[in-house]
Design a protein around this ligand. Structure first.
Ligand code: AMP
Length: 541
């Protein structure tokens, strides 16, 4: 027997309409290339979103067509998120930090007809525009006055594009399984793969994301997403904030600039933020140098890569900012786990609390997870067994967009292989120890490069650490520690090895330490281990 409840579709449009009606006065503050501090309300944002939607329809963008954005976190990107999806088209967010040939591949593969681009990102597109033959026009995210000179095809300003259009629209009634946004993962091998979200998955992800043990958003918060809107939907914050009426503060192109972040936090009274570990390193460095405060900031979510304990401790002990560690992936919309302490754990001694809090956290409702051995057998949830992590759920990608070759990560039984390796303890806390392709196997046993890296960056002289496995005649592989020192730091090889001896199992201690000026990163800020392995392929321990 079917239930007798209303059949209202779960759409992004409904989030926008809710915010427009119940939170019209909530502010959105942005840093952009043309305005140091742009400020308006949700009501104004959605008025302009309707103009943009009309402009897109007038241009001829139809249901299901992909429209690309190469943009920072700001109010115009926010409008694009809602207008494109609202008319039944697909917001294709493109990461401007990818290699140019990856950007062309992605835009061509998605068959984007229109590309919305930030003025600061124009040079990237100008270099590859000949390869983008399917793109009919480029809309530059600025006004007429600040429109840069460019020879990009049919370039025009965003403000010009929307100006003639009405701010009234009857949004189409969309089926909740209509595609709404597209984001390509940038693996280090092979071509990027598209993850095509639908309205339903995005709304479910939003509802679960805003819950107390998820991102925990409130109408009384002021949220500054430092995680980019061009990659995995800013972890859902651009949907979660309007759903509850939270004020949004967008740092625009200044996401990596500690001074801008600190000023935005203090002046806009930001209570809550989210970003990858390196963002917090920039902010902490600036705070230490300037002696300034982040007095309103209460909480940050750190994920995207493992959060080093040193960042967590400095934020908390010096600035009173509580850190929740989180884990997720593009394929998961992206939230998978968030680390919150269970009842009674707050009373645990500090070291025991940190042992729990350094883990990636417990799955949110809607995310099923298990770890398996090489033969696919499920391993015990005892915090000891380590295996390949698989996930399943209504906001997890079921297949990649227009991938001709079957992917080896989607199993026949409906589980998705994350490519991450880790353990799950009896309380349900996930601990990621490695990417499967980065694991170091020494004498048949796994050594966690993430644990080693975390321990190494805990040393006061070390800014960043990477561990890779290098061939060893006796053990098969042994860990090599690659370090970048902080300015003025002079810790040598032996000092670091002694530091590690007190913090990790003896047989994990790397056989050697190499100092470099810089560790290579991917376009999403993760350490590029393939590059390091290439560089150190002949290294003899
Ligand atoms: P992406 O799809 O680009 O967001 O990357 C997802 C991958 O980032 C995951 O599969 C993990 O390997 C890594 N990752 C994300 N969050 C964490 C975390 N908290 N700790 C360790 N690795 C993480």
């Amino acid at each position: 027997m079917l239930g007798l409840m209303m059949d209202r579709q779960l759409t992004i449009t409904s989030i926008m309409e809710h915010a427009d009606r119940y939170h019209p006065d909530t502010e959105i503050v942005s840093v952009t290339n043309d305005t140091p501090r742009h400020r308006y309300t949700y009501a104004e944002a959605f008025g302009r979103t309707r103009r943009l939607a009309n402009a897109l329809i007038d241009y001829g963008i139809g249901a299901g067509e992909r429209v690309a954005t190469l943009a920072w976190n700001d109010y115009r990107h926010f409008e694009l998120y809602y207008a494109i999806a609202g008319i039944g088209a697909v917001t294709h967010t493109v990461n401007p930090r990818l290699f140019p040939d990856q950007i062309s591949y992605i835009i061509n593969h998605a068959e984007d007809r229109l590309v919305f681009v930030d003025p600061l990102i124009l040079p990237v597109l100008e270099k590859i525009s000949d390869d983008l033959s399917g793109v009919e026009a480029f809309i530059v995210l600025t006004d007429e006055e600040n429109m840069p000179d460019t020879d990009l095809r049919n370039a025009q300003s965003y403000e010009g594009f929307i100006s003639r259009h009405a701010d009234r629209i009857d949004w189409p009634e969309l089926d909740e399984k209509t595609a709404c946004c597209l984001c390509y993962t940038s693996g280090t091998t092979g071509n990027p793969k598209g993850v095509l979200y639908h309205h339903r998955s995005m709304v479910l992800h939003t509802l679960i994301g805003i819950s107390p043990d998820g991102l925990n958003l409130s109408v009384r918060d002021v949220v500054m997403p430092v995680v980019p809107m061009f990659h995995v939907n800013a972890w859902g914050l651009a949907y979660g904030a309007p759903a509850v009426g939270t004020k949004l503060v967008f740092p625009g192109p200044k996401m990596g600039d500690g001074a801008t972040l600190q000023a935005l936090i203090e002046e806009e009274e930001v209570t809550y933020s989210a970003g990858v570990p390196t963002v917090w390193l920039h902010l902490l460095k600036y705070l230490a140098e300037s002696g300034k405060e982040v007095s309103t900031l209460k909480r940050v979510i750190i994920g995207g890569s493992a959060c080093p304990r040193s960042i967590m401790e400095e934020l908390e002990d010096s600035y009173g900012v509580y850190v929740n560690h989180a884990w997720g992936m593009t394929e998961m919309s992206p939230l998978g786990t968030v680390n919150t302490l269970k009842p009674g754990m707050l009373e645990l001694p500090r070291e025991e609390q940190y042992a729990v809090r350094m883990k990636q956290g417990r799955p949110l409702y809607g995310v099923e997870m298990k770890i398996v051995d090489d033969d696919g057998n499920e391993l015990p949830r005892d915090g000891q067994a380590t295996g390949l992590l698989k996930v399943r759920g209504p906001f997890i990608c079921s297949e990649y967009y227009r991938e001709d070759t079957p992917s080896d990560v989607h199993d026949d039984d409906g589980w998705f292989s994350t490519g991450d390796v880790g353990s799950i303890d009896a309380e349900g806390y996930l601990q990621i120890t490695d990417r499967s392709k980065d694991v170091i196997k020494s004498g048949g046993e796994w050594i966690s490069s993430i644990d080693l890296e975390n321990a190494a960056v805990g040393h006061p002289d070390i800014a960043e650490a990477a561990v890779i496995g290098v061939p060893h005649p006796r053990w098969g592989e042994r860990p090599l520690l690659i370090l970048v020192r902080k300015e003025g730091g002079d810790a040598g090889r032996q000092e670091i090895l002694d530091w590690l001896k007190d913090r990790v199992a003896k047989w994990w201690v790397p056989d050697d330490v190499v100092y470099v000026d810089e560790i290579p990163h991917t376009a999403t800020g993760k350490i590029q281990k393939t590059e390091l392995r290439k560089r150190f392929k002949d290294y003899v321990i």
